[in-house]
Design a protein around this ligand. Structure first.
Ligand code: SF4
Ligand code: SF4
Length: 202
């Protein structure tokens, strides 16, 4: 007996085509009528990228590594974001801040290399939630299309915000959100195994 994997098998009909079916004209006219009936309907598509659809204020798009109010990089290369990332999209190397570099790096340790592979990232936002230094945020920017896979690995040159072009993340830092993140034991402050991280350190 022949093995049957599904019950979706259909018996093909070999019945002869009628005269009108052989002419194809009724079928073509029917298709054109259906197409024509859509001409005056409101279009459901938009002319992207000239037009964009509105997104939520806390839309999770391309990341930004924030600077503090003095322009120093906030990230201290603690690795919490990389640990929290379910897609293993974040890698970094740390370095010690040298004397005289206080204006560049906020903490004594900083990320000399910080990369996010945008092809691996699923834009879940867990890196943002795990960061104890308010250093990484997702933004409403959309990751650019590229031709080469390597170009999707974003380094500090693309991630750290420009001093002269700061990125507003205040919608992600409302008082309610900040207070919520300070509460020990909330989802924002825990890893999946329940270990608390960065309780109230902002
Ligand atoms: S948004 Fe999610 S998947 Fe992307 S880098 Fe952050 S934690 Fe990883
Ligand atoms: S969790 Fe924040 S401070 Fe730590 S490495 Fe990631 S971005 Fe930097």
């Amino acid at each position: 007996m022949a093995l049957q994997l599904t019950n979706r098998r259909k018996v093909v009909s070999n019945k002869e085509q009628s005269f009108s079916e052989r002419l194809y004209l009724p079928g073509i006219l029917k298709g054109m009528l259906i197409t024509g009936s859509h001409i005056f309907k409101k279009s459901v598509t938009i002319r992207y990228p000239e037009q964009t659809r509105p997104v939520a204020p806390v839309y999770r798009g391309q990341h930004v590594l924030k600077r503090d109010e003095n322009g120093a990089e906030r990230c201290t290369a603690c690795g919490m974001c990389a640990v929290a990332c379910p897609a293993e999209a974040i890698t970094m190397e740390n370095a010690e801040r040298k004397k005289g570099e206080e204006h560049l790096y906020r903490e004594e340790k900083y990320a000399s290399k910080y990369e996010i592979n945008m092809l691996r990232c699923i834009f879940c936002g867990l890196c943002e939630e795990a960061c104890p230094k308010e250093a990484i945020f997702l933004t409403d920017r959309i990751v650019d299309a590229e031709y080469e896979r390597d170009d999707f690995v974003y380094g500090k040159d693309k991630l750290v915000e420009k001093i002269e072009k700061r990125i507003d993340v205040s919608k992600r830092q409302t008082i309610e959100v900040s207070e919520f993140k300070k509460v020990p034991g909330t989802k924002h402050n825990t890893l999946y195994d329940g270990k608390a991280i960065g309780k109230g350190k902002h």
